[in-house]
Design a protein around this ligand. Structure first.
Ligand SMILES: [Zn+2]
Length: 138
């Protein structure tokens, strides 16, 4: 499930990136055309419109680019959060720490901080943080 969903995220973001770059290219073209129109007599109004379109397009694509980048960075940070719960069978002391390579359930680990008895891994799970649903920018 994890692999499929992450590759879907990559596909969506590369699609968004493509749209952003097309928009950016079109806005730059509009700006160039605006400069051309500005120097053509009687085309001042067209120049103004093209300038407006160019600036709006550039601003919009830059904004969406930053939003997408921010979201992608957040996804990358949130991904590896697997937690291991360690319990002492003697006194019931519970310790929660980050998953380490080689952890498995019912493995004996470090001695208990309270009674020095070897502790047991009782649970390994991925922490699911509730994420606010974000509207797709398009
Ligand atoms: Zn103990």
């Amino acid at each position: 499930m994890g692999k499929a969903s992450s590759s879907a995220t990559t596909k969506i973001s590369s699609f968004v990136l493509m749209i952003i770059f097309i928009t950016l290219a079109l806005s730059l073209t509009a700006l160039v055309l605006a400069i051309e129109a500005y120097y053509t007599p009687g085309q001042e109004l067209t120049a103004g419109y093209l300038l407006l379109i160019g600036f709006l397009g550039a601003a919009l694509s830059t904004y969406v680019l930053f939003q997408t980048r921010k979201r992608m960075l957040r996804l990358r940070i949130e991904a590896p959060s697997i937690t291991t719960t360690i319990e002492c069978r003697k006194c019931g002391f519970k310790n929660i720490r980050e998953f380490q390579r080689g952890d498995y359930i019912f493995k004996e680990t470090e001695p208990c901080q309270k009674c020095n008895e070897n502790m047991l891994i009782t649970a390994i799970y991925r922490e699911v943080k509730e994420r606010k649903r974000e509207l797709f920018p398009f």
